[in-house]
Design a protein around this ligand. Structure first.
Ligand code: SF4
Ligand code: SF4
Length: 200
């Protein structure tokens, strides 16, 4: 009898807790059963939504050179692109000899695996936070270059995106600096030690 009551009490407490802070949430509502606000559940920083292309604000052009590496590696073959000679390079404004002319991703076929991001050597593609792009048309989710750049720019702005190669360089420089300090440390201590012994 006592054990049954204990069991019922556990069920009651779990139910009340579940109502106060549900494990599952009704989309797009968030909050508790009583305090609903109609907005999508915020995504985490590392959330992987649809792939998008990044924008190089320094040169005012896409990072993508249309090198085709991601297109060849994509397991669902949902991407296509074309390239042109970069007029900005000819004018001496950009280091990119080639630049993307057109780019398309069929997001209906994308499985959000992130391989395209992994293989890109130019920081040109990201897994954005965009995930609400359902349409009723069969080919309604074929997204072209301007739209991919728009999604990418939004993602860059929201996350204060820094190109991964720049981050890697910063990290390497920091580690090199720390190593230098570690190496310099004992050397700097020697004169002090020597001074101490001289005082003594
Ligand atoms: S996104 Fe990267 S890997 Fe893909 S075509 Fe552009 S530069 Fe090449
Ligand atoms: S996330 Fe995967 S499936 Fe989607 S475009 Fe990139 S490589 Fe292709």
């Amino acid at each position: 009898m006592l054990n049954s009551l204990k069991g019922l009490w556990v069920t009651f407490v779990s139910t009340v807790n579940g109502l106060r802070d549900p494990v599952t949430r009704e989309y797009p509502s968030t909050g508790t059963l009583w305090k609903r606000n109609k907005r999508p559940t915020p995504v985490q920083d590392r959330f992987m939504g649809f792939p998008a292309l990044t924008w190089d604000g320094e040169v005012e052009e896409p990072f993508c050179t249309s090198c085709m590496v991601c297109i060849r590696q994509c397991p669902t073959q949902c991407m296509s692109a074309t390239m042109i000679d970069n007029p900005a390079h000819q004018e001496g404004r950009s280091s990119r000899r080639k630049i993307v002319e057109s780019f398309e991703i069929n997001l209906n076929r994308c499985i959000l695996c992130g391989i395209c991001v992994e293989v890109c050597n130019f920081d040109a593609i990201v897994m954005s936070h965009e995930h609400e792009m359902s349409t009723y048309q069969r080919n309604g989710d074929r997204v072209d270059l301007p739209a991919l750049l728009d999604i990418g720019k939004k993602f860059q702005q929201e996350t204060e995106w820094v190109p991964p190669t720049v981050l890697a360089k910063q990290r390497a420089a920091k580690e090199a600096g720390q190593e230098e300090v570690a190496q310099d440390g004992p050397a700097n201590e020697e004169p002090a030690a020597a001074a101490d012994s001289a005082d003594g």
